[in-house]
Design a protein around this ligand. Structure first.
Ligand SMILES: C[S@@+](CC[C@H](N)C(=O)[O-])C[C@H]1O[C@@H](n2cnc3c(N)ncnc32)[C@H](O)[C@@H]1O
Length: 314
């Protein structure tokens, strides 16, 4: 899919970042470099971009796609919770725009052997980068309670307990080492009526939960949001594309807290806490249009939130 990757909500992302010549842009989730290429084109002739991805294969791909901009880019293999460190290391001051396009790229989803999809039988890995334990280890080493809580919290799976029990029972006979075997065990744990009722494959939510846990995706996002006010200069713009409510809720809450930081009791006539807004939310760029979803089903669940950095000190 590498050559066919369509950047999600491209026009809306570029509009929200408003790239300009000489600007400095950070892309924390470079992927195939689709959004980055457009930001670089829109900030010609001298806008620069620092691009991060935790997946070395994504960096290779993006490097090839962005080769025409080679004097204006720096690509680093790192997780985006290190953006502040990487920006400081660059020594070029604060950024004019920061973009996150969360989750998996189509390349990762389609690439064989990475264990993200239950539609093929392959090793149960699910790591976006090359570090840390994969999903098979998590499934093998977590207790029934831990698995149930994981499936509930990160997969919002209503039958979490039942599924966890089935996994613990089956792994005692033989380790659950492949995506196909896990999907089979999850499906087998659900009553037929429940399986029929579901619009998506019965293993969808369990796979989502494991992927989020293996890659610490929500932890990464929270650590990023904590540093975001320190990445941007006044007037700089933040844009985050998320694909499920667990992520979007965190982004929405962070933007609301930055926009209304005052902690004074509502009956106080004037603010005494002195906390000033760090960001101003940017209008309703919201969701992809029908035409985009028809062309690119992956865009269906996308939600774009954007905000402009104020003058207030972080
Ligand atoms: C949806 S894709 C980005 C696609 C990109 N915007 C484009 O237009 O080609 C998400 C990318 O973010 C990377 N990624 C996910 N979480 C990350 C993290 N915490 N730190 C760095 N990269 C991450 C993934 O490896 C993947 O390549």
């Amino acid at each position: 899919m590498a050559g066919h990757h369509r950047p999600v909500m491209l026009a809306e992302v570029v509009e929200s970042l408003a790239p300009r010549p000489a600007g400095l842009y950070l892309d924390g989730t470079l992927g195939a470099g689709g959004h980055a290429a457009e930001v670089l084109a829109a900030s010609a002739p001298d806008g620069r971009l620092l691009g991060l991805d935790r997946d070395p294969r994504a960096l290779e791909l993006a490097g090839r796609r962005l080769k025409n901009f080679s004097g204006r880019i720096k690509l680093v293999q790192a997780t985006f919770d290190n953006l502040e460190r990487e920006l400081t290391a660059l020594g070029a001051g604060l950024a004019d725009g920061v973009l996150l396009d969360l989750g998996l790229s189509s390349m990762q989803l389609d690439e064989e052997g990475r264990g993200f999809s239950f539609r093929r039988d392959e090793p149960l890995d699910m790591r976006m980068g090359a570090h840390g334990p994969g999903a098979a280890e998590l499934v093998a080493s977590s207790s029934e309670e831990e698995l149930a809580s994981l499936f509930k919290r990160l997969g919002e799976e209503p039958l979490a307990r039942r599924v966890a029990r089935a996994i613990v029972r089956e792994r005692a006979k033989e380790p659950i080492a492949t995506t196909g075997r896990l999907a089979e065990v999850v499906e087998g744990a659900m009553p037929m009526a429940e399986r029929r009722k579901r619009r998506l494959h019965p293993a969808t939510q369990v796979f989502q939960a494991l992927r989020l846990a293996v890659n610490d995706e929500l932890g990464m996002l929270e650590r990023f949001l904590e540093q975001a006010p320190r990445l941007l200069r006044p007037g700089g713009r933040l844009a985050v594309l998320s694909y499920h409510s667990l992520e979007d809720r965190r982004v929405k809450k962070a933007i609301a807290a930055w926009a209304n930081p005052c902690t004074c009791p509502p009956d106080l006539p004037v603010c005494a806490c002195g906390r000033l807004p760090l960001f101003k939310p940017l209008g309703k760029l919201g969701r992809p249009g029908e035409a985009e979803v028809a062309l690119n089903p992956r865009a269906r669940s996308a939600r774009l939130r954007a905000a402009v950095r104020t003058e207030a000190a972080a």
